[in-house]
Design a protein around this ligand. Structure first.
Ligand SMILES: Cc1ncc(COP(=O)(O)O)c(C=O)c1O
Length: 482
């Protein structure tokens, strides 16, 4: 997306692509949506996609692919060992990240599992700007724990800080002193920090963090799954990087990391993942896990067609007009919601638009899961499927206490190049209607609560009859409308 000035003075995110393949969508009547939500246990993960109008659950594996990426799938080399497709992908990853070695894996969490098994031992601490659900689950699976060191200001939902994903260096210094560097296998830095609203770190902060870690002999691991949004934000928000190309910024970011891993369901517009590094010892330490859990070293559990598309997608990530589309659409949606008074996370980040559910539903107790209740209400009101990112996404402590998430968010992902402006405006309209009727929305209770990653499979029920009241108000205000 380039800077195009409109004569009207309006600010409009203008797409630098056109749509050539489409998928038909369904929008069920509100009563059918209420029924579908009940059948899904008020968990948007358990909805059937055919019952969803706009799938804003995630950007994972659902970004639109380019004609070039789709075309490349036709020349994939289908061989178990030594595939030419693999060597093309390895070359591209190493060229972009400035690394010597690449290990393929079927998706991001597979990399997290291998990293945890290879480097984390019971009692270890992994400091990070902020946790991601699967990263934390794998670290705790092997007996480690995480410490989140994002600056306090990064956790303020509304702010004008450009880099809310930055690590607080004083907190990192204190963490190393308190835990002892011998108990810290690596510092994990997450680009485009997912759970705090897709917020980026700056190159300056990353460089300082890496120096502090390296001065203490601690390895730095970069989670580059959401790197493409972070690259865009470094380019437009960090004055010192204004004149750097995206390729140069990528190299500069990656030069700070000892191991870079990514979910290619996000980075590269395909489905898969992998890890890259310069140190042969790290490569050797993790290599044996690939054939054991993923697949042979030249496919790592991925389809060769996806690997071929990923190679093209990674190269497209170096094009500013490609990677700015997501953040600019999100900024537009955030601004439209702000105009209508809806509490949203600011500044707009990457990945999606994040609604501050704690403020939206200030009358709903944290233990009644405001963000999950809002996700349920939004689906009923609109057929839009979002994702809870709050207390429900946390894991109970071993003694059964439920930690309250620092942020209680409803995430509305905008998979890249997928939705049109009118679809975004429809979502804005229905969210605004819900905001005006927020007093009708109540909380949720667990009826089935899994012990780990409970947001995936947990089933909940509404507290009281608020969903019936919401449907009745919808009919009153919007008549026969879908
Ligand atoms: C920041 C981040 N890291 C890791 C992952 C895990 O990747 P995957 O879903 O491919 O396992 C995700 C997925 O959403 C993510 O957002």
């Amino acid at each position: 997306m380039s800077e195009v000035k409109l004569y009207s003075g309006e600010k409009l995110p203008l797409e630098m692509h056109k749509v050539r393949v489409v998928q038909k969508l369904n929008l069920l009547p509100v009563e059918a949506r209420q029924k579908a939500m009940a059948e899904a246990g008020n968990n948007t993960f358990l909805l059937r996609n055919e019952d969803v109008y706009l799938d804003m659950l995630t950007d994972s594996g659902v970004n639109a692919m380019s004609d070039q990426a789709v075309a490349s799938m036709m020349v994939a080399d289908d061989s178990y060992a030594g595939s030419a497709t693999y060597y093309r992908l390895e070359k591209k990853v190493c060229e972009l990240f400035g690394t010597s070695y690449f290990l393929p894996a079927h998706q991001g969490r597979a990399c997290e599992s291998i990293l945890a098994s290879s480097f984390v031992k019971p009692g270890d601490v992994v400091p990070m700007n902020f946790h991601f659900t699967t990263a934390k689950a794998h670290i705790t699976r092997v007996g480690g724990r995480v410490e989140e060191l994002v600056s306090d200001a990064g956790l303020e939902p509304e702010s004008d800080l450009p880099f809310k994903g930055n690590i607080d260096l004083d907190k990192l210094r204190e963490c190393i002193t308190r835990n002892g560097k011998e108990n810290i296998p690596f510092v994990r830095l997450e680009a485009g920090t997912n759970l705090i609203g897709g917020q980026p770190f700056s190159l300056e902060n990353m460089t300082a963090t890496a120096k502090l870690a390296h001065d203490n002999g601690i390895m730095v691991v970069l989670d580059a799954s959401l790197l493409q949004d972070n690259l865009h934000f470094i380019k437009v928000r960090e004055a010192a990087c204004k004149n750097m190309s995206i390729r140069e910024i990528t190299r500069a970011v990656c030069a700070n990391a000892d191991i870079i891993y990514f979910s290619a369901r996000k980075l590269g517009f395909a489905r898969g993942g992998g890890m890259a590094m310069n140190d042969r010892a790290y490569y050797e330490k993790m290599k044996d896990f690939i054939p054991l859990f993923e697949g042979f070293l030249t496919y790592g559990g991925m389809s060769v067609r996806e690997m071929e598309a990923m190679t093209v997608g990674l190269e497209e990530t170096m094009d500013e007009s490609v990677i700015s589309q997501g953040p600019q659409f999100i900024e537009f949606m955030v601004a439209e919601l702000q105009k209508r008074g809806v509490p949203v996370v600011t500044p707009a980040g990457g990945l999606g638009c994040h609604i501050n559910a704690r403020k939206f539903l200030s009358h709903v107790d944290d233990h009644a899961y405001p963000a999950a209740a809002l996700a349920s209400a939004l689906y009923i009101a609109s057929g839009v499927r979002g994702m809870e990112r709050g207390t429900l996404s946390e894991q109970r402590e071993p003694d059964g206490t439920e930690p309250i998430a620092s942020m209680e968010l409803l995430r509305l992902a905008l998979p890249r190049r997928v939705f049109t402006m009118s679809q975004v405006l429809y979502a804005v309209d229905r969210i605004s209607w819900l905001y005006e009727n927020r007093h009708l929305i109540g909380g949720l209770n667990f009826v089935e609560e899994p012990a780990t990653l409970r947001f995936f499979f947990g089933r909940l029920e509404p507290i009281g009859d608020w969903q019936e009241q919401l449907v009745a108000k919808f009919r009153k205000d919007l008549g026969e409308s879908l």
